[in-house]
Design a binder for this molecule. Structure first.
Ligand code: SAM
Length: 456
């Protein structure tokens, strides 16, 4: 069914939002104020989808999308929005999440945006069209769909990663790869091919190694299900043979040289698949905001530097910068990193020992076993940078602690707002909040918030 609507707002997912008979309608590609003709579609969470057929009026906030795939490719949702309303939209994602938790009047710094063509991490999807021999589609998924949109160019990726799209399409045609992770590490590009049913045979390994050398790749790994599937079958209920669920195995196929990141002058080996901020500019911004916000020099006491817990520390992207920030004549700051991934802790720990800084790294599942109030006692400052689910349990312990200053880094406004509410209910004040746009033109937004004790 078709109808005409006026768009009222830009939703958090980037769709134009309209209402019809009290039902919320999501119209991708439409902007607030525009009069549009749409085809009503399927039910969606909280409303119904609608397909834009025609724009009857055009918003002055409309921009010309820089990418030819915009609208088809699901990677970007907001290239049609001019710079100013785009920045307002990203900031409003955070504002709305805070308001939902009763935190309506928090001041926010202006959005810091990463430039285009700077994304250093991407996960590409691959579809094999079996009937058309050798035909492979490689790109990003269509929005809300499993369908893969073939892309040959990408305006957000670093040019070196964009240049690999074509050769990777050729490689994908020769294998069963389902997804491809790309990371620009310091010395070169790190690739993981995901979705192999079994470890590659000798011929495939040779082809992958040849690709690595021909393209100047720094490392190529394969993620596959373990070998000998047949033997690992078990009898289920009713005696039927069922295939056991197998954890994927990651194997390095070729690595001509080191694959590392450099944080504040400290070189850290990058295990395959390890976390790295999506842009180098975003990483620098986060580091600077955390460092300046915590003010470790003020927190240092007499003969010792400040003591900091870096929670969800990853490879130490933030922690090494804090440890190295004490003035040469001053006592060094002491940083204790806690992180769930044993591989990342091992890499960060080895780098810490080489660095000469006062840094320790410990494996800890902070969702199940957050640092308790008594464990938090020695620390002057804490930084926590959790995955999208946030850090509810850790925020509860922090709220009851005496830690003087806390930096929260988050890539999910909703879980951040929940954790901020917990800290504020525990007597903390949000001193600064800075939104960061690391995922250009997507509906994701990053932020750094600094908390202090009331009266601090
Ligand atoms: C957003 S990253 C932050 C990494 C680091 N702060 C940085 O800037 O590079 C989140 C980190 O949390 C880790 N993580 C996820 N769940 C965890 C858990 N339950 N306990 C501890 N660490 C966890 C991930 O391995 C990842 O390194």
């Amino acid at each position: 069914m078709q109808c005409e609507l006026t768009i009222e707002a830009l939703g958090t997912g980037g769709d134009g939002i309209a209402r019809r008979d009290g039902v919320k309608l999501y119209v991708p590609g439409a902007l607030p104020g525009e009069r549009v003709r749409v085809e009503l579609g399927q039910a969606a969470p909280g409303g119904r989808r609608a397909r834009l057929l025609e724009r009857l009026t055009e918003s002055p906030q409309r921009a010309s999308p820089p990418c030819e795939y915009f609208g088809d490719c699901g990677g970007c949702v907001a290239q049609h929005v001019a710079a100013r309303p785009y920045a307002d939209w990203k900031v409003d994602i955070i504002r709305d999440a805070l308001a939902h938790r009763g935190l309506a009047d928090i001041a926010m710094a202006p959005l810091i945006t990463s430039p285009r063509a700077t994304r250093r991490r991407a996960r590409l999807a691959v579809a094999h069209r079996r009937r058309a021999r050798g035909a492979v589609v490689l790109g990003f998924r269509r929005r809300g769909s499993e369908e893969v949109v073939d892309v040959e160019r990408c305006t957000v990726l670093l040019p070196a990663l964009e240049a690999l799209l074509k050769p990777l399409r050729g490689l994908a045609a020769e294998t069963d790869v389902a997804e491809i992770s790309l990371t620009q590490a310091h010395e070169g590009i790190d690739i993981i091919l995901h979705g192999f049913d079994a470890p590659p045979d000798l011929e495939t390994r040779e082809a992958l190694a040849a690709f690595t050398h021909a393209q100047g790749i720094q490392r190529l790994s394969v993620e596959s299900l373990a070998a000998e599937r047949g033997r690992k079958r078990a009898r289920g209920h009713g005696g039927r043979v069922k295939r056991q669920r197998q954890a994927p195995v990651l194997e390095i196929i070729a690595q001509p040289g080191p694959v590392r990141a450099c944080f504040a002058g400290v070189w850290v080996d990058l295990p395959p698949g390890a976390f790295l901020q999506p842009t180098a500019a975003g990483e620098d911004t986060i580091r600077r905001l955390v460092h300046d916000g915590l003010g470790l020099t003020d927190l240092a006491q007499g003969k010792r530097g400040a003591r900091v817990a870096d929670l969800y520390a990853g490879l130490g992207g933030i922690g090494f910068a804090l440890a190295s920030s004490a003035a040469e004549s001053a006592p060094p700051h002491q940083v204790a990193m806690f992180e769930g991934s044993a591989e990342m802790v091992s890499a960060a720990g080895a780098a810490a020992r080489q660095s000469g800084y006062s840094v320790t790294a410990e494996v800890r599942d902070l969702a199940r076993r957050p640092l308790s109030v008594s464990e938090l006692k020695p620390y002057d400052a804490v930084v926590f940078d959790p995955p999208r689910a946030g850090a509810r349990a850790q925020a509860e312990a922090l709220a009851a602690s005496g830690v003087a200053r806390i930096a929260a880094v988050s890539c999910n406004a909703a879980s951040f707002a929940r954790d901020a509410r917990i800290l504020i209910d525990g007597g903390y004040r949000m001193c600064t909040l800075t939104p960061i746009d690391q995922f250009l033109w997507s509906s994701h937004v990053e932020l750094v918030a600094i908390f202090g004790r009331d009266g601090d």
